[in-house]
Design a protein around this ligand. Sequence first.
Ligand code: ASP
Length: 347
Amino acid sequence: MIFLMDEAMLNYKTILIWIIAISNAGLTEVAFADTSPPVAIAIHAGAGTISKEDFTATLELEIRDTLKKAVLAGYEILSSGGSSLDAVTRAITILEDSPHFNAGRGAVFNAQGKHELDASIMDGSGLEAGAITGVHNIRNPILLARKVMTDSVHVMLMGEGAQVFARAKGIEFADDDYFFTERRWQQLQKAKKEAKQEALYRPETMDHWMSTVGAVALDIHGNLAAATSTGGMTNKRWGRVGDSPIIGAGTYADNRSCAVSATGHGEYFIRATVARDICARVQYQGLDLAAAADAVIHGQLREMGGDGGIIAIDPKGELALTFNTAGMYRASVDVEGNLDVEIYNSE
Ligand code: ASP
């Protein structure tokens, strides 16, 4: 077998393509040069005001490991020719299965001590989208959002209607115990104590880390996808809907501009239509992705008083991981195959 490789490309992309080439090679001769179309992926698991002192070394390591596992799982799908929709779905299910993030298993509690889960997904190739809001006991809410996109004529299903749809579509349910984490329960108790008067209640000061999860990706066909999943905000009022399941606010994807997934104080992200605004600036103003993301996250959103961040990708595979908080859990693999896993602003 003959393999041709530029030494500078000894990174995840190369390693994955090598593995695929070797396993496909059998006994025949393979000449390999990387002329494949660009693929890239970014994920987030929330933005907030956490500092290094808030972590034990073990917790920080576990969080970084899970981010890495999720982004590489998505990247592997892209590298083997899979779709951006499959890549973002896979990355998100891994984050939803972790107790550390505010989505699926690690979701925060609402004011009634219950979970109300939101998720959305969008396909940039045809502007198809699916979303669910206010569901409970759904193990992987992103899989249900995707079913709404593919198996219904609607974009968003809510509450009990979404639960019935989930059962009909064979979506996996889990008991309340599965979703109970002591850390989230204690966050609720603290928030309740501090929220003496509802008029003074500011959720972002109760739970300093908004660890909603999201993913954006570009596949070899040039298709963009975005997905977001969350438990919302600690001590939220029963029935409250944040930005994460709202197409155009928390999630957006359009092959003509970009794909975006957001995290932050949802009430601001809804009013600023953050995800769509970034893509609109790319599409109509001709801004590059980073400039568009900066204008919205450090400009419009900040002026309104909104905290949070986004991950975004454009059709060339350019990435933007932009936030106006002290940190954002994030990871990416760019078009060159370079892996980054970061938490703090200063990394
Ligand atoms: N954006 C989410 C919401 O407002 C919260 C988060 O990002 O953690 O529901």
